[in-house]
Design a protein around this ligand. Structure first.
Ligand code: ACM
Ligand code: ZN
Length: 488
């Protein structure tokens, strides 16, 4: 019956003769470690336990990659060998894609599959426009179907502080509401996620083998934080949660202890809340006009022998990295953090998220820092328009589906001690007022990104362009609006 339009397409797919009628599961034979994944599969696929239906057999094998699996679909059974529980989950998601695409008659096949990269991510900005938990869960369902592994949650920015911090309730009391409407719904309530809601999202994602990585922006993009705690800025305020978009001059005061005290409290709570080994500390787009004119920042530069604003930001980054490490986590920062290289490199535990051009990549790798790819000019910015059409929605630039599928995966490095651990798609929401607008921007490009970081060097553009036409069928199954821009 031909190969189904799976995304990401498995690394090795061998067609076998015949089909499997899959209306229910007759018997399950799995070790206890795989029970959670099996129960989840039964509940989301709608398959019941029935007599006379096919057998599902699963086991773990230490010779297979943790996220990898071997799947055999024959006329009367499904056999899975997986490296770990995540690999078993991926195998079941392959079957679920087949059920959605082919109905209850799925093709017999032997599939051997594993990802090239561990970090296969999606970033959602919930600051510029708030996105409800129920919608985020639908996106997580789609991410699971596409075998993505990381949900990067952008939680603080100029236009809103969106995470409850119990030791500083003022952050959400004052920092989560704007004075002026930016969308029909934005002034009706304070918009933020409580810690209970965040735990719920983390657990929901974990059941789908997706890690939630929070981002707390600093020292720039902090208008919402400064509105709540003006003493953390160079001038002392007053400040306002931004209703405009862009980059703003008021940033954290580096020569003042207040920001470090606040960030210590924030990162302590964030580290307790999120099981992720990583926390994103921001670091992008931080102007230094306030530092140039601030007696405290200037005195610190004198005292520490810091020669430029880049070195001042380096000093700040080192302190924040120290806080994150103290709470047992590994920091990630946007690539501006590495602007102080090569004179002032950062702690090797820092992973750089590369969002601008490639120039900085080699210095970062040579210093031994890992990289996550998310370049705005290389397919990762899915808030950009998808076509040349001037009426196409989107912000700033153009990212075609083909560009998302063609991202660069290798960078020259003379002495490679850092590693490229994967990449992601980023959705900034300055111009995205509602979840359905977000869905239109996210897909199909996130499907391309999912396949890029799964198949890596084995990806095949023409084959993907053929299969992606069926993506709306997969998304509709997850309750996501399928009105997408799918090019020929
Ligand atoms: C960014 O787009 N400013 C990371
Ligand atoms: Zn200052």
């Amino acid at each position: 019956m031909g190969k189904p339009a799976l995304i990401p397409f498995p690394r090795n797919y061998r067609e076998m003769e015949g089909t499997l009628e899959l209306y229910g599961i007759g018997r399950i034979s799995i070790p206890d470690e795989l029970k959670t994944e099996t129960d989840h599969f039964l509940s989301v696929s709608g398959l019941a336990m029935t007599e006379n239906d096919p057998v599902l057999e699963g086991k773990l094998s230490s010779s297979i990659h943790e996220e990898g699996y071997f799947l055999r679909i024959s006329k009367d059974s499904i056999n899975i060998e997986a490296g770990g529980a995540s690999g078993f989950h991926h195998a079941l998601e392959t079957i679920r894609q087949m059920l959605i695409l082919c109905g209850h008659t799925i093709p017999c096949a032997e599939i051997e599959d594993s990802p090239q990269f561990g970090w296969r991510g999606f970033m959602l900005d919930c600051c510029r426009h708030f996105m409800p938990v129920e919608y985020i869960k639908k996106l997580i369902d789609a991410m699971s179907l596409l075998k993505l592994s990381v949900f990067h949650w952008h939680l603080t920015d100029d236009q809103g502080w969106r995470i409850e911090i119990k030791s500083h309730p003022e952050l959400t009391e004052k920092g989560s509401t704007r004075k002026k409407r930016t969308s029909p719904e934005s002034m009706t309530k304070c918009e933020f996620f409580t810690q209970d809601e965040i735990k719920d999202v983390i657990e929901y994602a974990a059941r789908r083998h997706i890690t939630v990585v929070p981002e707390i922006e600093c020292p720039g993009h902090v208008s919402a934080l400064l509105t709540a705690i003006p003493e953390a800025g160079c001038s002392g305020g007053p400040y306002e949660v931004e209703t405009r978009t862009g980059v703003f001059p008021d940033v954290l005061c580096i020569g003042n202890e207040k920001p470090y005290e606040i960030l210590d409290d924030v990162f302590r709570e964030v580290a307790e809340l999120f099981p992720s080994e990583y926390i994103h500390i921001g670091g992008d787009e931080c102007p230094h006009t306030r530092w140039d004119n601030c007696p405290k920042c200037q005195a610190l530069m004198q005292k520490e022998g810091l020669k430029s604003p880049q070195e001042l930001q380096w000093y700040f980054s080192q302190r924040v990295i120290g806080i994150v490490k103290k709470y047992g986590k590994k920091p990630i920062g946007w690539d501006e953090i590495a602007n102080s290289y090569p004179e002032k490199p950062l702690d090797k535990c820092l992973t750089i998220m590369l969002w601008r051009g490639p120039e900085v990549a080699s210095a970062v790798l040579e210093n031994g820092n890992d990289i996550i790819l998310a370049r705005c000019d290389d397919g990762a910015y899915i808030d950009y328009r998808q076509t040349e059409n001037e009426y196409e929605p989107g912000n700033l630039g153009i990212t075609t589906l083909r560009a998302s599928y063609s991202s660069t995966l290798h960078y020259p490095c003379s002495n490679e001690s850092g590693t490229i651990i994967g990449g992601q798609g980023n959705l900034w929401t300055e111009k995205i007022l509602f979840p359905n607008n977000a869905t239109y921007m996210i897909f199909p490009r996130l499907a391309a990104i999912a396949e890029v970081y799964w198949l890596g060097d084995d990806r095949k553009l023409d084959d993907f362009m053929r299969r992606v036409k069926e993506l709306p069928v997969l998304l509709e199954n997850e309750g996501l609006n399928p009105g997408l821009c799918i090019p020929e």
